[in-house]
Design a binder for this molecule. Structure first.
Ligand SMILES: Cc1cc2nc3c(=O)[nH]c(=O)nc-3n(C[C@H](O)[C@H](O)[C@H](O)COP(=O)(O)OP(=O)(O)OC[C@H]3O[C@@H](n4cnc5c(N)ncnc54)[C@H](O)[C@@H]3O)c2cc1C
Length: 357
């Protein structure tokens, strides 16, 4: 998505773009994610400002490209204990709560906003600025629109192997031996940190994180907002404070949730199914299989909030994103030469423990 969005911005400005992708079509973190445009939990300052700017861009581009599936659906973080309610109350009273669109809702107000939440709730923290897109189809929709500009070419199934300086400017050599020249080269290689990227930037301050996800059959009713559980308070930096400290002291996560560093995030897809996650694995080598225990935990939490059984699970998968090791930075940008830039590491703005990796 980083590469596709750079292409979008360049084409909008009248440039021509050649987009080189190792896979036949996108298979990276951007098609495996929730599609959540998440403002609510962002750290105050640069990170929140960037999230709000990104949300505005998604909305603007989503208007031009309906296939992106942009919707301003907002989110509810459901709270079920007094300690969780105190965290939600503290967050909704912060000076930047209005910028984030945060409001504390009673159980009746939460159910009015999202009638599918029939489980036992003490309330919910609503975020009106949170939004969503359709990750499995968004890139293709953008690429189709880019192709119609006549200034964009997508070369799938080609790996960038070298970036070279030529008299005419920087150029990329691919694994078919072809060279593609231009005024600028932007490398958006996601969590692929070896090969070309290691040669060009051997000490990249970026680490990799693996997540497990699942998707159900259609729910049979709308889930009008995205939904998080209160474990997301532990994860996102916006919620740190005395109430969160008290919550962490008062209630431990269940063992599976603690072991896999989990929170519940749940969003409805265009077909009515629910994308549900997630786990966080920091230590490499990553598991090559998906582990069942986290799914059992997620299903139990989701069913408790919905007050009904989940539809059958249709898909399970894992994905890996790159995260800036310096969590005060939103993304890692590095100049590798004249007109050559590497951009990676926008994933995982949560408070992942540094000791893990
Ligand atoms: C399971 C999961 C859930 C997530 N949920 C969310 C969410 O809801 N909201 C959110 O904002 N973020 C989320 N994230 C993070 C987000 O998905 C990533 O930060 C983002 O997708 C990164 O985009 P990218 O373009 O840098 O990487 P990618 O999407 O991984 O793309 C990198 C591309 O570069 C290609 N490539 C690499 N090396 C080469 C080469 N040498 N030559 C040619 N091509 C190459 C790869 O094949 C790949 O297609 C999630 C991540 C995961 C894994």
């Amino acid at each position: 998505m980083l590469g596709t969005m750079h292409a979008w911005q360049a084409v909008q400005r009248g440039h021509e773009v050649v987009h080189i992708e190792r896979e036949a079509e996108a298979r990276g973190a951007s098609v495996r994610n929730f599609g959540l445009i998440w403002v609510s939990g962002r750290a105050a300052g640069e990170e929140l400002a960037t999230a709000l700017r990104a949300r505005a861009l998604w909305e603007e581009i989503g208007t031009a490209v309906p296939g992106l599936g942009f919707r301003a659906n907002g989110s509810l973080t459901a709270v079920t204990t007094d300690a969780e309610l105190a965290v939600a109350r503290q967050a909704s009273a912060r000076p930047d709560a209005a910028d984030r669109g945060l409001r504390l809702l009673t159980p009746d107000e939460a159910r009015a906003a999202n009638p599918a939440l029939r489980g036992t709730l003490l309330g919910a923290l609503a975020c009106d600025r949170d939004a969503a897109v359709e990750p499995r189809t968004a890139q293709r929709a953008l690429q189709d629109a880019l192709l119609r500009s006549g200034r964009y070419a997508f070369l799938g199934g080609r790996e960038a192997r070298d970036v070279v300086d030529t008299a005419g400017g920087p150029a990329v050599r691919d694994d078919r031996g072809e060279t593609h020249g231009g005024d600028a080269v932007v490398l958006c290689t996601g969590a692929h940190l070896g090969g070309l990227v290691r040669e060009l930037a051997p000490r990249l301050p970026v680490r990799r994180v693996r997540l497990q996800m699942m998707q159900t059959a259609p729910l049979g009713e709308p889930l009008t907002t995205s939904v998080a559980d209160a474990d997301s308070f532990r994860y996102y930096p916006a919620y740190s404070g005395t109430a969160l400290d008290a919550m962490a002291a008062a209630q431990a996560q269940p063992p599976a949730a603690a072991e896999h560093r989990m929170q519940l995030l749940m969003v409805q897809r265009a077909d009515g199914g629910l994308t549900i996650g997630d786990t966080h694995e920091y230590a490499e080598p990553f598991a090559f299989d998906v582990d069942e225990a986290p799914y059992e935990h997620l299903a139990a939490v989701a069913e408790a909030l919905l007050g009904r059984p989940l539809p059958p699970v249709r898909r399970r998968w894992a994905g890996v994103y790159a995260q800036c090791a310096d969590t005060t930075r939103v993304v890692h940008r590095e100049r590798l030469g004249d007109g050559i830039r590497l951009v990676t590491g926008p994933g995982g703005r949560g408070s992942a423990p540094a000791a893990d990796g």
